[in-house]
Design a protein around this ligand. Structure first.
Ligand code: BES
Ligand code: MN
Ligand code: ZN
Length: 530
């Protein structure tokens, strides 16, 4: 889809359809642009509202064809819910979520009706930056309107996503091709920038969803490694892939123990995007001069392309969904792509350890003890707790980059999905500053996280009679003990962990990857690059 910012009189705009937001209240209320169109069309819009066509609630929408007095072929009224209200909105991103939903519903309806171009009046009327409306003012620097534009572009692309790679037969081509976002003259630059960011985030989300939706027989570690090289070439990101021989040389005994039970060799993908380093220092990875401030942000994503549990075999119900166990890795691909596309001024490393976890004669057995790259020995009491086994070696490998911060992203525990459901990813960090930064990025992007503890009190559950630590911590606080396991390998840098087991994909009729937490990660990176 092609997005552009438009300062114009909507009455005279030559577009197939004008989308007008309607707020919910005692009476449904048009945005100012909507009110202007209403006057030009001899109250056609108001009349539709008056007859209860829509009352402004989210999900409500109505087409008005060939309204008199305007150039556009039709008007689409779309409910935006109540106006943002900092007092009533129960969380900082509720208003954001409503605006995204309204834009997404509009995109779906426009595309269904075969409408190719549309002008959106969705930015105005709920207190543009500075008035303290639900998502906060921006003190006149355009940051609020920029973020709103980003969300509109992102959610419109996201709702029109289809996964058809593994279906035969031609798919219906995308109908909606051009979207203009109406704004004030002074907002043009901010809106333009926001739309560009939204398109980049959407492309990152799409990439993550595409990989995650592919089945385990197609999306193997070797496939992801090849895709990483392709992505690197396309976007100017250096990519190296460590095979099992190199892993052996690095003594990654924990990661290797998981892939030993699979016929697909493990891969460790290393992305290096340099947006901050000057051209003089380019090409010198992990130079000794790097310090905490100038080192890269490192994203580490779990790339378990299929998790059967290994010898601690999972029950067969819904086991197909364990093809999604590489969603953390896929989000690293998506975030790197978006960062490169936006030419963010920061250095970024992506590490994606990839493996399968299957039962086999060579697979890990409960009670086996392996030695990680860090030197710590691990007693594998449950072979299904494999994510932490591949991540711990990737985390140790991250040390060589002298990172400013390391964020790992993993579909790590069913327990996290039980605790938080599908609304928030679990956030674990012993750095308050980094945790706050990621929580704020979650709110701002509408891709929320919720903080959980990683206290040493919980780490006691990982004590082993035979090794330095066990890979499971018993029945209670499973998401926390998993995070404590990872924390063991992060002493040398600022670290946070996102458990996306509940947020990375949907089950049931809408089964499929969501692309989360690409929006959160890109928001975080935008903040770091600013
Ligand atoms: N990939 C799973 C976690 C998972 C399970 C995510 C279900 C989403 C839905 C992970 O490898 C795993 O199997 N974790 C175990 C850990 C346990 C053995 C301590 C789990 O959550 O059951
Ligand atoms: Mn598992
Ligand atoms: Zn897993």
């Amino acid at each position: 889809m092609q997005f552009s910012a438009k300062f114009a009189d909507p009455v005279a705009a030559p577009t197939d359809c004008i989308v007008v937001g309607v707020f919910q209240g005692k009476k449904p209320q048009l945005t100012p642009a909507g009110a202007r169109i209403d006057r030009a069309t001899n109250k056609t819009l108001g009349a539709a509202l008056g007859r209860g066509g829509i009352d402004g609630r989210i999900g409500g929408a109505q087409f008005l064809y060939r309204p008199p007095g305007i150039k556009a072929g039709c008007v689409l009224l779309v409910g935006l819910g109540p106006k943002p209200d900092a007092k009533r909105d129960d969380n900082p991103s509720a208003a954001t979520a409503r605006r995204r939903r309204g834009a997404a519903i509009a995109a779906k309806l426009l595309d269904e009706r075969g409408i190719a171009s549309a002008l959106l009046c969705l930015l105005d009327g709920d207190g543009d930056g500075g008035d303290g409306g639900g998502d906060g003012g921006d003190g006149g620097d355009g940051s609020t309107v920029r973020r709103r534009a980003r969300h509109i572009a992102e959610s419109m692309e996201d709702i029109l996503y289809r996964f058809e790679q593994t279906k035969s037969g031609a798919s219906k081509p995308r109908q909606l091709k051009r979207v203009q976002l109406l704004c004030e003259r002074a907002q043009l630059a901010a809106v333009k920038r926001g739309l560009r960011e939204g398109a980049a985030v959407a492309a990152g989300i799409k990439r993550a969803r595409d990989y995650a939706n592919l089945p385990g027989n197609l999306c193997t570690p070797a496939f992801l490694a090849a895709e990483a090289k392709r992505l690197g070439k396309q976007h100017g990101i250096a990519v190296t892939v460590l095979g099992e021989a190199e892993m052996k040389r690095h003594k990654m005994g924990s990661l290797l123990s998981v892939s030993r039970g699979s016929r697909e060799p493990a891969k460790l993908i290393v992305f290096e995007y340099r947006g901050a380093s000057s051209s003089k220092t380019r090409g010198k990875t992990g130079g000794k001069t790097r310090d905490k401030k100038t080192g890269p942000v490192v994203l580490v994503g779990k790339g378990l392309t299929f998790d059967a549990g290994g010898i601690s075999l999972k029950p067969s119900a819904a086991m197909d969904e364990m093809k999604f166990d590489m969603c953390g890795g896929a989000s690293v691909f998506g975030a790197l792509q978006a960062a490169a596309e936006l030419q963010l001024k920061l250095d970024l490393v992506g590490l994606v350890p990839c493996s399968e976890n299957l039962p086999d004669g060579a697979a890990n057995k409960p009670g086996d003890i392996v030695t990680s790259m860090s030197g710590a020995t691990i007693e594998i009491l449950n072979t299904d707790a494999e994510g932490r086994l591949i991540l711990c070696d990737a985390l140790t490998y991250a040390e060589r980059f002298q990172p400013a911060a390391v964020v790992d992203i993993a579909t790590l525990t069913g327990a996290c999905a039980v605790a938080l459901g599908a609304h928030a990813s679990g956030l674990f960090s012993d750095s308050d500053a980094l945790a706050e930064e990621l929580l704020a990025a979650g709110y701002a992007s509408g891709d929320r996280a919720w903080r959980m503890p990683v206290w040493d009190d919980y780490a006691k559950q990982l004590e082993s009679n035979f090794a330095d630590l066990a890979n499971i911590g018993g029945r209670y606080a499973g998401a926390v003990t998993a995070a404590c396991f990872l924390k063991h390998f992060t002493a040398k840098f600022d670290w946070a962990h996102l458990d996306i087991a509940g947020t990375a994909w949907k089950s049931g009729a809408a089964k499929g990857a969501t692309g989360r937490p690409v929006p959160l990660l890109v928001e975080f990176l935008l903040g770091r690059a600013a």
